[in-house]
Ligand binder design. Structure first.
Ligand code: NAD
Length: 366
């Protein structure tokens, strides 16, 4: 009963007409930031996360502690557990789901293909099955990915560009998610909004992402691999700061139509929407390393290597006109500013101020 009470309490909004949101992947990078921002507005937030060990689970636990200090409860469970989901929907009439739980990362898919199918395809279907039969039907905003544009080189990417050339299994499962969403919208009138995030970075970020492990390796004096394309072009990403992404998620939640219920007889079914959320300003990985060098006051040991065919794409760049028009999405943080905030968090979190100082002293030599 006390578990039920925690669930209900966490999900209850504290402002008039506040949302009641189930955030899946709440102990993750984007999930933890979004949960905190929603709670701050007075919305009700219940988290769900399976705390898997794809990357250091202690980082997920530390994010959970942050959430718990703000009275956000994170249920430990899997989106494939239909009984658990039904139980949560029996306790709380969620108005919205922010679905961020997924198996992320493109390279890991080569060793663990089924993990992607389980979380990004089966888990998503399981969640939609429960959502479609709950009353009221929640509006769903979920994380797709810029990776759906795959090997498309026609930049900047607009939402109507081709997405039939995924370069990784990760991208293929995100693309499958968009197709699955379409069917649940079409048949059951579920309100669904997909967000194609472009390389999100910032404090509390993911250790498997380049800006994160570059920082770690550079501080440890280890060499880093900087990829270039086979024709020696620089690899670049439309790095997008976490606070901008969170604003986009909230904008999408606030403008989501209500689900119309099975058949949507009285009204036209809610529209399926898909938006790019990027920074509209790609930066090369070489430049990224340069910014980190100046923030950390040290020189990286760089190996410039040709990008292997491991699921990575050479270039991403978002056109965000649609998100701007529909919910005022406007990224405001450039990479140097965002990375400064990341580095500040990193040295504080890993308690390496003293080491950084030492490194700073060293850099006087060069
Ligand atoms: P993350 O790995 O930090 O967060 C995902 C969370 O979901 C993790 O805490 C994980 O434990 C949880 N999870 C995974 N599978 C689960 C399951 N089956 N049941 C319950 N919980 C599960 O990743 P993130 O960077 O915060 O990404 C959030 C979403 O955004 C993901 O869907 C990801 O694919 C997508 N995305 C992220 C980026 C990015 O650059 N960070 C870019 C494009 C898309």
């Amino acid at each position: 009963a006390s578990w039920e009470k925690q669930v209900r309490h966490s999900a209850t909004p504290r402002r008039p007409n506040g949302l009641s949101v189930l955030v899946t992947g709440a102990a993750g990078f984007v999930g933890s930031h979004s949960s905190l921002a929603l709670k701050k507005r007075g919305d009700g937030v219940l988290g769900l996360d399976n705390f898997n060990s794809y990357y250091d689970p202690s980082l997920k636990r530390a994010r959970q502690d942050l959430l718990s200090k703000q009275k956000i409860f994170v249920v430990e469970g899997d989106i494939n557990d239909a009984e658990l989901l039904k139980k949560l929907f029996d306790i709380v009439p969620f108005t919205h789901i922010l679905h961020l739980a997924a198996q992320a990362g493109v390279r890991y898919a080569m060793q663990n293909p089924l993990s992607y199918v389980n979380s990004n395809v089966a888990g998503f279907v399981n969640l939609l099955e429960v959502a479609k039969s709950s009353d009221p039907q929640p509006a769903i905003v979920w994380a797709s990915s810029s990776s759906v544009y795959g090997l498309n080189t026609n930049v900047p990417f607009s939402e109507d560009h081709r997405t039939d050339q995924p370069a990784s299994l990760y991208a293929a499962t995100k693309k499958a998610g968009e197709a699955i969403a379409h069917t649940y919208n079409h048949i059951y009138g579920l309100s669904l909004t997909g967000l194609r995030f472009f390389t999100v970075y910032g404090p509390w970020g993911r250790p498997d992402m380049a800006y994160f492990f570059f920082t770690k390796d550079m501080l440890q004096g280890k060499a880093i691999n900087v990829y270039v394309t086979n024709d020696d072009k620089e690899v670049a990403r439309d790095f997008t700061f976490i606070d901008d992404i969170v604003k986009g998620c909230i904008g999408a939640l606030d403008t989501a139509e209500k689900s119309t219920g099975s058949g949507g007889k009285k009204r036209a079914p809610a529209q399926l929407r898909v938006y790019n959320l990027g920074n509209t300003s790609p930066v090369s990985v070489v430049k990224l390393v340069g910014i980190l060098e100046s923030l950390l006051s040290l020189k990286a040991k760089k190996h410039v290597v040709k990008m292997p065919r491991n699921g990575d794409v050479p270039f991403t760049h978002a056109n965000v006109t649609m998100a701007l028009k529909d919910f005022g999405y406007k990224p405001t943080t450039d990479l140097a500013t965002g990375l400064r905030k990341f580095v500040k968090w990193y040295v504080n979190y890993y308690g390496i101020q003293s080491r950084l100082k030492k490194e700073n002293d060293h850099s006087d030599d060069s």
